[in-house]
Design a protein around this ligand. Structure first.
Ligand SMILES: Cc1cc2nc3c(=O)[nH]c(=O)nc-3n(C[C@H](O)[C@H](O)[C@H](O)COP(=O)(O)OP(=O)(O)OC[C@H]3O[C@@H](n4cnc5c(N)ncnc54)[C@H](O)[C@@H]3O)c2cc1C
Ligand code: FES
Length: 264
C-alpha cells in the first residue's frame, strides 16, 4: 500500500566519492521489496516532487530501509547532509519490483535457476537487495557489477550472496569495459538476467539475452511517480488494458519489465 510518511535517519555514510548510504527507520520497510523504490522529499518548498531512489536493503526486522544514491543535483546533495535523528518525508513503496516467483519458476527441483544480476553505476544498489532475496529463495546468484573506475561500492556485500565479478570502464578493477564484457570474459552461464543501469546498457542486455528471460529496471526520469502525469511512458509490445495504447507507465507498471515486452 502506497503512503506518505515521515521516517527517521538512523545513519548515513559516504561509500565512495559522491555515493552515500542512508539508513532510514520507516514503516514502509514492512512491505518493501527488491526493485521497488521510494520517493524522497527535499525540504525545498519549491521542489514539490520527491526524488525516486531504489530500495538497496531492508533490515531483518523490517523496520528500516537502506538507500544508496549518487549526488546528481540539488535534491540528492541535500540528502547527503542528512544526519542521524533527522526526519525525512517519504512516499512509498512505489513500483512493481522483481517477480521472485517468476524467476524461481525458471528452474526445476534438481537444478536451481541461475540468475545473472547486472548492475551499472547507480543501478548497482537495487541489485544488492535482489541478490539477498534470491539467495534466500534458493536461487543461484551470479552478480556482475560495473563501475566507472576503482571507486567501487557494495562489492563486499554482494560476495555474501553471490559469485561476484566486476567491470570498470578504465580497467582499474576487474574486466576493462562494461558488465557484458565481464560476462563474456568469464564465460558466465545463466538462465535469466536481472538488470538495472543506464539505457544503453539495458539495450545491449536485451540484445545479448538471446531469447532467455531478461528483467530490466528502467530507472528513467520521473515526475509524479504515481501514475498521474504520463511523464514516464515507455512503448510496449502489447496494448495496455487500461489506456488501450501500446505503452506503460514506468512508475506504476514498472520500473521492472521483461525486456521483450518493451521498446527501448
Ligand atoms: C525508479 C528510480 C530509481 C532510482 N534509484 C536510484 C538509486 O537507487 N540511486 C541513485 O543514486 N539514483 C537513483 N535514481 C535516480 C535519482 O532519482 C536522480 O538522480 C535524482 O532524482 C536526481 O535528483 P536531484 O534533485 O539530485 O537532481 P536534479 O537536479 O533533478 O538532476 C540533476 C541531474 O541528474 C539527472 N537526472 C535526474 N533524474 C535522473 C534519472 N532518473 N536518471 C538519470 N539521470 C537523472 C538530470 O538530468 C540532471 O542532469 C532513480 C531513479 C528512478 C526513476
Ligand atoms: S512519473 Fe507521472 S506517470 Fe509516471
Amino acid at each position: 500500500m502506497k503512503r506518505k510518511t515521515v521516517g527517521k535517519v538512523l545513519s548515513q555514510k559516504c561509500l565512495a566519492p559522491g555515493i552515500y548510504d542512508l539508513e532510514i527507520a520507516t514503516c514502509l520497510a514492512s512491505d518493501a521489496a527488491a526493485g521497488q523504490f521510494v520517493g524522497v522529499y527535499t525540504k525545498d518548498a519549491s521542489a514539490l516532487l520527491p526524488r525516486p531512489i531504489s530500495i538497496c536493503g531492508v533490515s531483518d526486522d523490517r523496520k528500516s530501509i537502506r538507500l544508496v544514491y549518487r549526488i546528481a543535483g540539488k535534491g540528492t546533495d541535500e540528502f547527503s547532509r542528512l544526519k542521524e535523528g533527522d526526519e525525512v518525508t517519504l512516499l512509498g513503496v512505489l513500483g512493481n519490483g522483481y517477480d521472485l516467483d517468476k524467476i524461481k519458476s525458471l528452474g526445476n527441483n534438481d537444478t536451481p535457476v541461475r540468475a545473472l544480476l547486472l548492475g551499472g553505476g547507480i543501478g548497482v544498489p537495487p541489485m544488492l537487495e535482489l541478490s539477498r532475496e534470491l539467495a534466500a529463495a534458493g536461487v543461484k546468484v551470479i552478480s556482475v557489477m560495473g563501475y566507472r573506475n576503482s571507486d567501487t561500492f557494495l562489492l563486499d556485500e554482494f560476495k555474501k550472496y553471490s559469485d561476484t565479478y566486476v567491470a570498470s570502464e578504465d580497467g582499474s578493477v576487474g574486466t576493462k569495459g562494461n558488465v557484458l564484457d565481464a560476462v563474456r570474459e568469464n564465460t558466465i552461464e545463466f538462465d535469466c538476467i536481472c538488470a538495472c543501469g543506464p539505457l544503453p546498457m539495458l539495450r545491449a542486455i536485451k540484445e545479448f539475452a538471446g531469447g532467455k528471460p531478461a528483467f530490466i529496471s528502467l530507472e528513467e526520469r520521473m515526475a509524479c511517480g504515481v501514475g498521474a502525469c504520463l511523464g514516464c511512458v515507455v512503448k510496449t509490445r502489447d496494448i495496455d488494458h487500461h489506456s488501450h495504447v501500446n505503452n506503460a507507465r514506468i512508475c506504476t507498471d514498472g520500473p521492472v519489465f521483461e525486456a521483450s515486452e518493451v521498446e527501448i
